[in-house]
Design a protein around this ligand. Structure first.
Ligand code: ADE
Length: 239
């Protein structure tokens, strides 16, 4: 996979150079490049924003530098990912979908966002996804691009040493993951649940499922589909 990130704060993306992207790069799975949007400005102040038509607070990112940047990088065969709090929610399912793409180009917005025509024009040429990583507002899309990149890259075939560990994670089966324990058996007066020491694999599987259902129902009732809630009722009935 090739990933290009366009931002006015390239340093924000420095963590990409750390283990995750480095590991993927070493394995030949990933080619990441970070670009400074100001490199596509032509005025002395390297201006990337201007006041909004129609009035209102804040500034809007100008279309010209974005247009030139996307032309130079080329959008052929790429999915343009625009990180914005007004985008579609980022989920594990969307991470899986993006992991199938050959190339992602991230456009990190700042201020009140990017002039809408940049996205409209790009849509005539390629797939454009406006994506939010949660219902809160960050100062810009860089942290969102980092989060999305990390979630996607670890799903690339060949990235994970043990792909089975992916299957049991939170969100892969619509449930939050069950609690986990390691040695020692007793720590500061808290013991590992005895079932995990029993060697009874069916009992362990059932206990973990029950814990996952309980967590999901308690913490994320919005995730719990009817069968999960039904399971949870059963869990409560047998107590
Ligand atoms: N930019 C600012 N806030 C954001 C969010 N919640 N998700 C994606 N991009 C953003």
């Amino acid at each position: 996979m090739q990933i290009d990130v366009v931002t006015i704060f390239p340093d924000y993306l420095a963590p990409l150079e750390l283990s995750l992207a480095g590991k993927a790069r070493d394995k030949g799975l990933l080619d990441i490049r970070v670009h400074d949007l100001r490199g596509w400005t032509h005025d002395r102040h390297r201006t990337v924003d201007d006041t909004p038509y129609g009035g209102g607070a804040g500034m809007v990112m100008k279309p010209e530098p974005w247009g030139e940047a996307l032309d130079d990088l080329g959008l052929d065969g790429a999915t343009l990912v625009v990180t914005t709090p007004s985008g579609e929610p980022f989920t594990q399912a969307l991470a899986r979908e993006l992991a199938t793409r050959e190339r992602l180009v991230f456009a990190c917005g700042r201020y009140e966002g990017i002039d809408q025509r940049v996205l409209d024009e790009a849509r005539t040429r390629t797939e454009v996804r406006e994506i939010s990583i949660g219902d809160y507002v960050l100062n810009g899309g860089e942290v969102a691009a980092l989060a999305i990149t990390e979630a996607v890259v670890r799903l690339l075939p060949g990235f994970m040493g043990n792909p089975e560990s992916l299957a049991e994670e939170s969100h892969e089966d619509g449930l939050l993951e069950y609690p986990v324990y390691t040695k020692p058996v007793s720590w500061r007066g808290h013991d590992v649940p005895p079932v995990l020491l029993s060697g009874d694999h069916a009992a362990i599987r059932a206990w973990r499922h029950e814990q996952a259902v309980r967590r999901t129902a308690e913490r994320r009732p919005d995730l719990a589909h009817p069968s999960v809630l039904l399971d949870d009722v059963e869990v409560r009935l047998v107590q």
